[in-house]
Design a protein around this ligand. Structure first.
Ligand code: NI
Ligand code: MN
Length: 226
């Protein structure tokens, strides 16, 4: 399983030969100018919620790749009705076996509306199980006790958590989240894109190290092999 960081909350996953893009926000992120969005491969696009900084590049990518959208009912329906995009609707608590692996939809505490004001359903996170591993993609979320449910069902190899604060958890809360989900390797996301979510990298690394957890803050375009 290969996880590539495309800035903000945008990820590219390579699992079982399939390409999955998560929350693509690249063309409008000046920090991700090194990512050639027109050459990104996608068989699926996973969307955690409908905010612009998670869906900005969905239309361009899906029109080019014909990728299938996996998200909540409202988001999948929005793209089906407005763009005739193919999708697979899920909702919290649900799981489905795709050809790359199993996706479980878990709770996130946030909001979710499209830039035009259309209701975007509940924000969600995902647990992806494939190649004998489990990864948690939290989406935009506050710290929530619901995270404690995840290790009842999954032994996580990687948790991808927002750490930038202001809109989501900050470093302190992400540390507690890492303990709640019982995962020792954490990848940070949703930080440094704009001034109010800038973090001190050294401080973040030190604080995770102090509880014997490994924090990954990938450069934009960098990949992590799991
Ligand atoms: Ni959001
Ligand atoms: Mn966001």
């Amino acid at each position: 399983m290969k996880i590539s960081y495309y800035g903000h909350s945008s990820l590219g996953l390579e699992i079982n030969g399939k390409h999955i893009l998560v929350d693509p926000f690249i063309s409008q992120n000046p920090k991700a100018a090194n990512i050639a969005i027109d050459s990104l491969k996608a068989d699926y696009v996973l969307l955690t919620h409908a905010h612009y900084d998670h869906i900005m590049d969905v239309e361009a990518i899906v029109e080019r790749t014909k990728a299938k959208i996996i998200s909540n009912h409202e988001i999948v329906t929005y793209y089906a009705n407005n763009k005739q995009f193919e999708g697979h609707a899920m909702n919290q608590g649900g799981s489905w076996n795709f050809d790359f692996g199993r996706v479980k939809v878990v709770n996130a505490i946030h909001s979710s509306s499209f830039p035009d004001g259309t209701y975007g359903g509940n924000p969600v996170g995902f647990v992806i199980s494939a190649e004998g591993k489990n990864i948690y993609i939290a989406g935009d979320t506050a710290l929530t006790m619901d995270m404690k449910l995840i290790p009842l069902f999954f032994k996580l190899e990687l948790a991808i958590l927002p750490i930038g604060g202001n809109f989501t958890m900050d470093i302190e809360e992400a540390i507690v989240a890492a303990q709640f989900v019982e995962c020792d390797t954490i990848m940070g996301m949703h930080y440094d894109t704009a001034p109010y979510i800038e973090i001190n990298h050294q401080e973040a690394h030190d604080k995770f190290k102090a509880i014997n957890k490994n924090l990954l803050l990938l450069n934009i375009g960098e990949s992590y092999e799991l």
